[in-house]
Design a binder for this molecule. Structure first.
Ligand SMILES: Nc1ncnc2c1ncn2[C@@H]1O[C@H](COP(=O)(O)OP(=O)(O)OP(=O)(O)O)[C@@H](O)[C@H]1O
Ligand SMILES: [Mg+2]
Length: 1193
């Protein structure tokens, strides 16, 4: 069991049991599943279970891609050879060597390998130096001939259609080309081929140009190597074809060419028509042959005939005979009976007359000749009638006789032109190259006498071949000093002995029986059986009825049909026919029948039979060949369909077997089939021994080979070392190959390991450097990040430290400042305190004074009242004394006095009570204020509360009005006690205020002096276009305007901003001071201002339809909420006049409370010194207007 891997090549034995089926090469496609899937060379898939994979064998590496010399195949068997041919054929490589044999597979297409360039390439090259080629064989023939001064021969064999004739022609052309003379004789040699082909070739089902004869062309070269002449030997022309053709086959080309190409005059002279008119040309029902141009061929035949010295008369005579044959073929026989004997007559027809006239014989004689037979017995001649069949046979025999002799005459004629007999001078050496284009081994369904002759020839050639190969082997062994004594080989000598060599051989028996008057095919068969039944190479008929006998040929068993053997073998023309020819006036026909005519009747009877003739010529041929150095060309026909690139395995294997090529293999196998030159061996197997250097740097190649082979195969094994080669047996090669495979696999694995390691290492290095790079970058990034973090951390730390330091110093400073502040404040507070104390004391003093004065006044008034009461009492007492007694008057006056005192006391009590009540109320008010202080301040309420006293219809600022709540008493008291106040004049006077001259602060005067543009001191309810005072700074300008707007809003002359009423985005929480700073900071730029102004203008231009817009609604809403806004402002706003000042968040964001406005205005005044004046201006420029008090400012 061997292990298979995908892509392995194997031999797959399909075990069909068929004779010509051999294992097919296949490649493993799948082997990892349960089954092995292989794809064979034919493209078929096979599934094989590994357990029963007995039909698979591993393929030798040499068989995988093919080799040029198949002797080198590890699988030197039929399958190996077949596959090698197949692979090469598929690549359009048609030539392959098997040792010294060239195998040529018919390409059935014209390949560009026969060009003059190719001829040059192959000239003077050794076999094996260049790829296999027919030119290489021709070249070796030629140069071997010259080098070795020895005749050469080239035996070209193969089936019909395999390419023998083409190969012969190619060799001829090559020889003509390299002999380099371009002489007339060379041309004549070349021109012999078309003539021979015209008369000897025909279309068969196997080949459109099948040579129906064997030929041996011996080309003679002079000393210089130029073609000097040639001799053509022909063997066994198939004469029966003249009379009969199988379906789809034709008669010899010459008939068709003649009928196509001959001029009408000549045709008329010969009485010829068209091919279809002749029975001899239409038997195969095929008069045309695709790919052949009969017309053109005819002219080339004629020109070739001219080249080969065929005279015009000869040409005509040939044509006449050919025409006569055709006319004879058209003769019709009619059956008759004479004296109870079957007889026949030839129907009189123009054909008979024409035929007779063409042969220049009497038609009557022809008729007689064809319908009767003259027998001479015991000196008497007896004429017997012939039946129709016999008559037809005689006619056909006559025709065949004519054609056969004509063919022989033509060959002789050609030879006469091209053959120069060797010179008698011994100094003139002539060498030759013989080309044998002969039919290969034949084994048809029915094999007849011809097949026996052909196979006999092939047996001879095979023996020649085998002996040659064996001899070559021996030569090689001798040359290499190899002991070959123990190598034995048996050739086909036994078969040959049985057929033709030993006494009573098959041919002699047939011959004998042919000459025996009573001999029949049956008696012949009987004799054959009785003589050879014990011979292993003879297969007798199975029973007495069987007419076939078999012969074990080198290529297999062939069964021959014995019927007709004797007749064919005799091949003799009846005396009547010879007589008829003799009677002819035509010299030509007489000439071709010359030999027969010359012979007497008896001599003719003893004339050699066909088999003996053939045997003789074969012997001559073999003798010729035996003195030549042979080359073998085996032509293989790849398919029966004459199609290119179609390889029929069974057909090819059959041809390989019939070609006898396997004998080479057998011979090789008997000896040492595997042989390597030392260099090859060392180079191939040095892997088996570590430390062995390649062949080209080896000093002792032989020693190295010996070392390897004895180490690997053992010294006892049957291998031998020659002078230049090492000789091995098959199994040695197998063993060495297996070990080599293993060693190479090990080395491959080692290389793979190393390469993989290298790859992995380089990959690893790449990865590592990539990783290091990434790490570097990452670490750099991380470090930078860490550094940044640390840096910021340190900065923070620094900041913290610094902050701590600063904080500490700040704390210290703060403490100090706080201390200073405290001291200052203390100082200031103390100052204030003292000032206030003084003020309080003053107030107290004044208040106490006032209280004291009030008390004093009250006490005085009390005193006055008491005095008044006393005075009244006294007056009343005085009065009453007049009316009553003193005492009584006194009592009465006292009583009244007491009543008045009592009233006074009551009044006093009343006053005290009121005062107490007043004090309590004030106290309550103070408590309430205290409480309110605790509560969050509502600015607007506060302002309203504070400025609510202004009221809408309150008194004018300079007019008396009601005192604000809680201060009424202050208003009232002086009024109520006006009289009493005057009495206080005596109290210490308050410091007098300095009288100021306010004339220069008059509004009109100030306005005229400082206000910009047309502004006057009069109050306007419109936003100013420019500030009243001039400001350089845009921010100041804006601030001034903003202040003015705020003033207007505060005054209620402008509405609050509208849009943002409903939008509460948190901006309400922006402290007012921030907004002041916004106006202070130059956030509002000119551009912004301009944009806003432009916007304003655009807005102004918008039609009044906007009144119904959202804005309008918002304004309306706003107006509803703001009760303090005047009618006028309401009107303007609803008309769409936008009084919003642009670019100030204070003014635009949202409505502001009055307190915020107040803060904004005052804050601007405080923080923007330049604004102070404006503010003052603005405030002072709020002239008295109805319902508004400037005093509130
Ligand atoms: N080398 C070749 N290159 C191209 N075509 C070839 C070659 N050899 C043979 N053929 C083709 O094969 C046909 C048959 O070849 P060829 O006549 O030489 O066969 P053959 O062996 O002589 O057969 P037969 O025994 O019938 O005479 C040729 O007509 C030609 O078409
Ligand atoms: Mg041929």
């Amino acid at each position: 069991m061997f292990f298979l891997m995908q892509g392995d090549y194997v031999w797959l034995d399909l075990k069909t049991g068929r004779e010509f089926v051999v294992p097919v090469g296949a490649v493993v496609k799948l082997c990892d599943s349960g089954q092995i899937q292989v794809l064979d060379d034919e493209g078929r898939e096979h599934w094989i279970f590994p357990q029963n994979a007995t039909n698979i064998k591993p393929m030798h590496p040499t068989s995988i891609h093919g080799v040029e010399d198949m002797i080198r195949l590890g699988d030197l068997n039929e399958a190996g050879i077949l596959r090698n041919l197949l692979i090469r054929y598929n690549e359009h490589v048609i030539y392959t060597y098997t040792g010294s044999i060239l195998v040529a597979v018919n390409p059935y297409q014209l390949l560009p390998i026969y060009t003059p360039d190719q001829i040059r390439l192959y000239t003077n090259r050794k076999i094996g130096e260049m790829p296999p080629h027919i030119f290489a064989i021709a070249d070796n023939c030629y140069f071997n001939m010259q080098r070795n001064n020895k005749d050469q021969c080239c035996i070209i064999s193969g089936e019909s259609g395999a390419g023998k004739t083409e190969s012969t022609k190619l060799i001829l052309q090559f020889l003509a080309a390299i002999s380099g003379q371009h002489s007339w004789i060379e041309q004549q040699v070349l021109e012999a081929t078309p003539i021979l082909e015209a008369f000897g070739n025909a279309k068969t089902i196997r080949n459109d140009n099948s040579s129906r004869f064997g030929k041996y062309i011996d080309i003679h070269f002079n000393k210089r190597g130029a073609i000097e002449g040639a001799k053509i030997e022909q063997y066994l022309l198939e004469k029966s074809r003249v009379c009969r053709q199988a379906a789809d086959e034709r008669n010899y080309h010459i008939f068709y060419c003649m009928l196509k190409g001959m001029g009408p005059e000549m045709k008329a002279k010969l009485g010829l028509g068209l091919a279809r008119d002749y029975c001899y040309l239409t038997a195969g029902n095929c008069t045309e042959c695709d790919g052949r141009d009969d017309l053109a061929d005819y002219s080339s035949i004629l020109s070739a005939m001219k080249v080969l010295m065929f005279s015009e008369t000869e040409n005509v005579e040939i044509s006449k005979l050919l025409a006569a044959i055709l006319h004879m073929g058209n003769l019709r026989f009619e059956a008759r009976t004479y004296d109870n004997l079957d007889a026949c007559v030839v129907v009189r027809s123009p054909d008979l007359v024409t035929a007779a006239s063409l042969m220049e014989v009497e038609p009557k004689d022809v008729m007689v000749c064809l319908t009767t037979r003259t027998l001479i017995t015991r000196g008497e001649s007896v004429t017997t009638p012939l039946s129709v069949e016999q008559g037809l046979d005689v006619r056909d025999a006559f025709v065949k006789g004519i054609y056969g002799r004509l063919f022989v005459w033509i060959v002789d004629k050609i030879n006469a032109a091209i053959y120069r007999p060797p010179s008698c001078e011994s100094s003139v050496i002539r060498r030759s190259i013989g080309l044998l284009d002969i039919f290969g081994f034949e084994n048809f369904i029915v094999n007849s006498f011809e097949q026996l002759c052909i196979n006999f020839a092939n047996e001879n050639l095979q023996q020649f071949f085998v002996r040659h190969v064996f001899k070559l082997e021996q030569e090689e062994y001798n040359l290499e000093d190899i002991n070959w004594q123990h190598i034995e080989f048996t050739d086909n000598q036994e078969a040959l002995d049985m057929i033709a060599n030993k006494p009573m051989n098959i041919i002699s028996l047939i011959d004998e029986e042919s000459k025996f008057p009573k001999g029949t095919d049956a008696t012949m068969l009987y004799k054959l059986n009785s003589q050879h039944k014990l011979n292993t190479n003879y297969i007798p008929p199975k029973n007495s009825y069987e007419t076939q006998f078999g012969i074990q040929h080198f290529a297999g068993v062939v069964h021959y049909e014995s019927r007709g053997f004797l007749e064919k073998n005799r091949d003799s023309l009846h005396t009547d026919i010879i007589q008829l020819v003799h009677s002819s006036k035509n010299k030509f026909i007489k000439q071709i029948f010359q030999a027969d005519v010359a012979m007497g009747v008896e001599t003719r009877k003893r004339s050699p039979t066909l088999s003996s003739q053939f045997k003789r010529s074969l012997e001559m041929l073999m003798r010729t060949l035996s003195v030549c150095q042979p080359f073998f060309v085996r032509c293989i026909k790849p398919n029966e369909f004459k199609k290119p690139l179609l390889f029929d395995r069974e057909l090819c294997i059959r041809q390989l077997r019939y070609s006898g090529m396997m004998e080479t293999i057998r011979i090789r196998r008997a000896g040492y089939p595997i042989r390597y030159s030392f260099a090859e061996f060392v180079d191939r197997y040095r892997v088996l021994m570590p430390g062995i250097k390649p062949a080209h740097i080896q000093d002792d190649l032989k020693g190295t080979c010996q070392q390897i082979v004895s180490a690997r195969l053992g010294k006892q094994e049957d291998w031998q070392i020659g002078k230049t080669k090492i000789f091995l047996k098959d199994h040695h090669d197998m063993q060495l190959e297996i070990e080599r495979d293993k060693a190479i696999t090990d080395k491959v694995i080692l290389i793979q390991k190393s390469v993989r390691g290298l790859k992995a290492r380089s990959n690893f290095r790449r990865l590592r450097s990539a990783v290091v790079c990434i790490q570097k970058v990452w670490r750099g990034y991380r470090s930078r990040k860490n550094y940044q973090i640390m840096k910021s951390g340190f900065i923070r730390l620094q900041a913290v430290c610094r902050s701590r330091k600063y904080y500490r110093s700040y704390r210290i400073t703060r403490c100090r400042i706080t201390l200073i502040q405290a001291r200052c404040r203390g100082f200031l507070i103390r100052q204030t305190f003292w000032r206030r104390l003084r003020a309080v004391l003053t107030l107290q003093a004044y208040t106490r004074g006032m209280i004291a004065r009030r008390l004093c006044q009250r006490l005085r008034a009390e005193h006055q009242r008491r005095l008044e009461a006393e005075r009244q009492r006294l007056a009343e007492e005085e009065q009453l004394r007049n009316q009553m007694t003193v005492r009584r008057a006194k009592a009465e006056a006292d009583r009244k006095h007491q009543e008045r005192l009592f009233q006074l006391a009551q009044q006093q009590e009343e006053r005290d009570r009121e005062e107490k009540e007043e004090a309590r109320r004030k106290k309550e008010l103070l408590d309430q204020m205290e409480r309110e202080k605790e509560q969050p301040v509502d600015h607007s309420d506060m302002v309203d509360r504070m400025f609510g006293f202004l009221g809408d219809s309150g008194p004018l600022p300079n007019q008396d009005g009601q005192a604000p709540a809680g201060f009424e008493d202050l208003e009232q008291t002086p009024r109520g006690e006006e009289a009493e106040e005057e009495m206080l004049n005596e109290a210490p006077p308050l410091p007098d205020e300095e009288e100021e001259d306010l004339s220069e602060y008059k509004f009109s005067k100030f306005a005229a002096t400082y206000f910009q543009g047309l502004s006057t001191h009069t109050y306007i309810r419109r936003p100013l276009k420019q500030p009243l005072l001039f400001h350089e700074d845009e921010g100041d300008q804006l601030a001034a305007l903003a202040v003015w707007i705020t003033v207007l809003r505060f005054m209620g002359d402008l509405p609050e901003p509208k849009c943002q009423i409903v939008i509460n985005d948190g901006s309400e929480k922006i402290p007012v001071m921030t907004k002041i700073y916004e106006t202070l900071g130059k956030r509002t730029y000119k551009r912004e201002l301009q944009e806003l102004q432009v916007e304003e203008e655009v807005r102004r231009s918008i039609d009044s339809q906007k009144r119904n817009s959202v804005r309008h609604k918002l304004v309306s809403l706003t107006l509803k909420r703001k009760s303090k806004i005047t009618e006028e402002v309401t009107r303007r706003l609803t008309e769409g006049v936008d009084y919003g000042l642009q670019g100030n968040s204070m003014l635009e964001d949202r409505p502001t409370s009055n307190l915020e406005k107040l803060h904004f205005i005052i804050g601007n005044g405080i923080l923007r010194p330049t604004e102070e004046t404006s503010l003052l201006t603005a405030s002072t420029c709020c002239p008295p207007s109805p319902g508004r008090s400037t005093t509130s400012w």
